[in-house]
Ligand binder design. Structure first.
Ligand code: GLN
Length: 198
């Protein structure tokens, strides 16, 4: 099982460490040629979505990644990654991949609460630690989207097909169950229809 981590900007190293500790092989996507290697799942890490979105285009990685996501490749998107997946942003005119039918609000927590830590229930997993850093939340989700977690009545985790979108940063806490869930999705995908796409 090989997982590709978008590594043009942001918090990608922490995802790599987490996934390797769970036995997954990782590659980093920094340039177009990196996409020539086969992989089975994709991480869109936290960072700055505007920078990542711009670099995806400039580095000519956008079309290929969008196609993989649309064809069902499992994706774990955290924070800025969630912004890249969202079909709509309520306070920004950009749309990046637009493959996840939700409306996301960027930098949604006020200044004092710019960064915070809490624990909350994630459907099918239990209570997990959650670190939020200038985080977005999900304002609305289409009917077909499964809501996995709320914090203070705000949606902070969703799944739609093989796309998981999170407002928080599971790679920054010691708990590994979210990444385990993601690797489980990849394993199912490989078993059912081979999601390794070039
Ligand atoms: N505020 C960032 C953005 O809008 C996201 C923050 C994060 O990824 N920790 O892209």
């Amino acid at each position: 099982m090989r997982v590709a981590i978008l590594a043009v900007q942001g918090a990608f190293i922490e995802h790599r460490k987490k996934l390797e500790s769970l036995g997954a092989e990782c590659i980093e996507l920094r340039k177009k040629e990196d996409l020539e290697q086969p992989f089975d799942g994709l991480i869109l890490p936290g960072g700055e979505s505007t920078v990542q979105g711009k670099l995806l285009r400039e580095l000519e990685m956008y079309d290929s990644l969008k196609e993989k996501i649309e064809s069902g490749m499992p994706v774990l998107a955290t924070c800025a990654g969630l912004i890249l997946l969202a079909e709509h942003l309520s306070n920004d005119e950009h749309v990046y991949f637009g493959t996840l039918p939700v409306t996301v609000r960027r930098n949604a927590y006020g200044r004092q609460l710019g960064s915070f830590h809490t624990d909350a229930e994630v459907k099918g997993i239990g209570e997990v630690p959650m670190t939020f850093i200038r985080a977005p939340y999900i304002e609305t989700a289409d009917e077909q989207v499964q809501v996995l977690a709320h914090v203070d009545d705000r949606i902070v985790a969703v799944q739609y097909g093989a796309q998981i979108g999170l407002s928080f940063h599971p790679e920054l806490d010691a708990d590994s169950r979210i990444h385990e869930k993601f690797l489980g999705l990849i394993a199912d995908c490989i078993k059912n229809n081979n999601c390794r796409k070039n």
